[in-house]
Design a protein around this ligand. Structure first.
Ligand code: F6P
Length: 194
């Protein structure tokens, strides 16, 4: 049996004000999550063996979430959040106001919709493919990434139909523990109060 861990970064300053993309740092709550996560591994070595390898994205909110957890680490650009192109740094309201046509198109087909100068969920599924294969060949990896990217990664393990991928629920401040025999995947959610 193999075990690996998946989590979003702790809440960021952009999450708080509803802006997408960017490279904002953790909010005070987000920093608490980083501490809680570190403690969770430290206090449960039997049930949650510490990660032997930590993969974050290149963005500071994921790097800082994993900061206190011991082990070798790498910042992987394939784990960076979906590139929202011309909409980076905006709120959904601002997108609707400034780019109403884009907003409507995304709503109609969120899976295939590609932000101008950015990416779609379909692009992301392809981008994370090699990461997923790598997770399965290593022992006890911890992946700290972002909402859209983790929806795509979880879709592999849950067998989600493509159109449903952009709607998978990957909550903040929750550790996903995935156990597998290489064929079937069992996902346990551990929400951490912060
Ligand atoms: O709001 C956080 C975030 O990670 C954004 O950076 C990203 O654009 C968004 O979530 C992805 O979620 P959705 O595809 O539902 O807009």
């Amino acid at each position: 049996e193999q075990i690996f861990y998946i989590t979003r970064h702790g809440e960021s300053d952009f999450n708080v004000i509803g802006r997408i993309g960017g490279d904002a740092d953790l909010s005070p709550r987000g920093r608490k999550y980083a501490e809680r996560l570190t403690r969770l591994f430290r206090e449960n070595p039997q049930t949650l063996p510490g990660p032997q390898l930590i993969w974050t994205s290149e963005l500071q909110r994921t790097i800082h979430t994993a900061e206190g957890i011991p082990g070798p680490r790498a910042a992987v650009n394939d784990l960076n959040e979906i590139d929202a192109g011309i909409c980076e740094g905006l709120t959904y309201e601002e997108i609707q106001e400034r780019f109403p046509q884009e907003f409507a198109w995304r709503d109609q087909d969120k899976f295939k919709y590609r932000y101008p100068h950015g990416e779609s969920y379909l692009d992301l599924l392809q981008r994370v493919d090699s990461v997923v294969q790598a997770i399965l060949t290593k022992t006890q990896v911890l992946v700290v990434s972002h909402q859209a990217v983790l929806r795509c990664i979880m879709a592999y393990f849950m067998g989600t139909r493509p159109e449903q991928v952009p709607y998978i629920n990957v909550p903040l401040h929750t550790l996903l523990v995935v156990r597998t025999n290489g064929y079937m995947f069992e996902v346990e959610q551990i929400p951490l109060k912060v």
